[in-house]
Design a protein around this ligand. Structure first.
Ligand code: PLP
Ligand code: COI
Length: 341
């Protein structure tokens, strides 16, 4: 298969039209068989549930070309499970796990020409999503849904790649104490748009959101969970019911313990203690692990000892081990790598 003529190493995190996408419709209580289509456009009734009451959930995962030339995805079963949890919270039907993994496989295979080559620094980002498609005007769940998957080749989520980021403590919350912060619903991201636009205007790369109940604890950013490293090389990651259960973070906890022999604490992390950490990183599918060099809390600067020039040493080890597993350079734990072709 011949690859598309794309300048892989200069890709940003954006949408590139690829050849095929997967579509399945839910009607009368059942999903249809699903097809691959070349049509990237969706025609919807003006009153569709997704347009009126934001009834939509999504996922994000990546396909990689391994060192020995296979195309693989990373733990797609966990994305299927999280989509199920997200859908349940918004009263949407379940798209079965085996069908999810099969649909991801078919979509990536059909777009194999867009999977960036090994060593290019780029990957294929896969976006499964589901939305209420029939007219809904009283506030209630839709009766009909569409599940789709498209993919797009991407480079680094943050401009500058592995250069440490400067983030600010946000005055806005992205979640409510018993809300939807722990699911991957479009509504959480709509909530965060004003905060990210103003953060960028003020020269910050991202927002650190605090717990919405007390505003004393670190939660996550708009698109990634936090990892901190203590001065004695312990990995600390915030535990909260209102953050997204990141698959990257859960994988890194295992990598830290089992591959690197590091101690890991998953616990509440107070903003007050952040000044004592040695390193900080943002972890997620899009972010991979992006180092944070500085956190600004209303004019008060917290400068991580790892500095603004490069990733801290423990963060770098975590990054190298995780990407080594994803790209087939290191042996993966059983079930983590799903081979597509
Ligand atoms: N937190 C938020 C708010 C996200 O949008 C994401 C991205 O998916 C993550 C965390 C990281 O999750 P994952 O590692 O499963 O991609
Ligand atoms: C992902 O990492 O998959 C996400 O969905 C984050 C998003 C902000 C791009």
């Amino acid at each position: 298969m011949e690859k598309k003529n794309i300048d892989w190493s200069n890709l940003g995190f954006g949408y590139v039209h690829t050849d095929y996408r997967y579509v399945s419709n839910y009607k009368n209580g059942a999903w249809d068989d699903g097809v691959l289509t070349e049509d990237a456009n969706i025609v919807l009734n003006e009153c569709a549930g997704v347009l009126q009451y934001a009834q939509t959930v999504f996922e994000g995962l990546k396909a990689y070309t391994t060192e020995d030339g296979h195309i693989v995805t990373f733990r797609p079963d966990l994305n299927a499970e999280r989509l199920e949890a997200s859908a349940a919270r918004l009263e949407m039907p379940v798209f079965p796990k085996e069908r999810f993994v099969d649909a991801v496989t078919r979509t990536v295979k059909a777009n194999a020409a867009y999977v960036p080559p090994y060593g290019s620094g780029a990957t294929l980002y896969i976006r499964p999503y589901m939305f209420g498609s029939n007219p809904v005007i009283g506030v209630k769940p839709a009766d009909e849904y569409q599940f789709r998957i498209f993919c797009t080749p991407v480079g680094p989520y943050f401009k500058g790649g592995a250069k440490p980021l400067t983030i600010r403590v946000s005055d806005f919350d992205r979640a409510a104490p018993h809300g939807t912060g722990n699911i991957k619903a479009g509504l959480n991201y709509a909530m965060s748009l004003h905060a990210i636009v103003t953060a960028h205007q003020e020269g910050y790369d991202e927002n650190m959101y605090l717990d919405p109940g007390t505003r004393t604890k670190v939660e996550e950013t708009g698109g990634a969970n936090f990892l901190f490293i203590t001065k004695d090389n312990k990995v600390v990651t915030p535990k909260s019911d209102s953050i997204l259960p990141s698959i990257t973070r859960r994988s890194l906890v295992h990598v830290a313990r089992e591959y690197l022999g590091l101690e890991v604490e998953e616990r509440e992390v107070y903003l007050d203690e952040v000044k004592d950490f040695a390193e900080c990183g943002l972890c997620g599918t899009a972010a991979v692990i992006s180092p944070v060099g500085k956190i600004v809390d209303h004019g008060k600067e917290i400068c991580l000892p790892s500095g603004m020039a490069e990733m801290g040493p423990v963060t770098k080890k975590l990054y190298d081990t995780l990407t080594g597993i994803q790209m087939g350079r290191l042996e993966a734990p059983s079930g983590w790598i799903h081979v597509i072709e």
